[in-house]
Design a protein. Structure first.
Ligand SMILES: [Zn+2]
Length: 109
């Protein structure tokens, strides 16, 4: 039997951490959209950094969606089942990746 309570706590904790990070990144973005720095070199560095921020943002948003989907599966009592073969995903795998939707055997190429 899976320790759903523990895994749900793990997911919720991860979600809070991510929301916190996304919020911080959004703050950085707002700052970036402000008046441009007259110093060109400074400006170039800022733009470079903002690309990294955008990437992180997308990745973290994707992770958030996966966490939300996992929390929904807990509610629907479908959590921990492989979506490919319906087998029980091992707790070890879920502890490492609490929003996994496939078992180790079905992890895509
Ligand atoms: Zn499977």
């Amino acid at each position: 039997m899976l320790n759903i309570v523990k895994l749900e706590q793990l997911l919720k904790k991860k979600k809070i951490e991510l929301l916190d990070r996304v919020k911080k990144l959004e703050k950085d973005k707002t700052r970036r959209d402000g008046p441009l720095d007259p110093d060109f070199e400074e400006q170039a560095t800022m733009l470079e950094n903002s690309e990294v921020v955008d990437q992180l943002d997308a990745l973290e948003r994707k992770e958030l969606l996966q966490i939300d989907a996992a929390l929904k599966r807990i509610k629907d009592k479908e959590y921990g089942l492989c979506q490919m073969c319906q087998a029980q995903i091992s707790e070890k795998r879920l502890l490492a990746l609490p929003y996994a939707t496939t078992c180790v055997n079905c992890v895509g190429p």
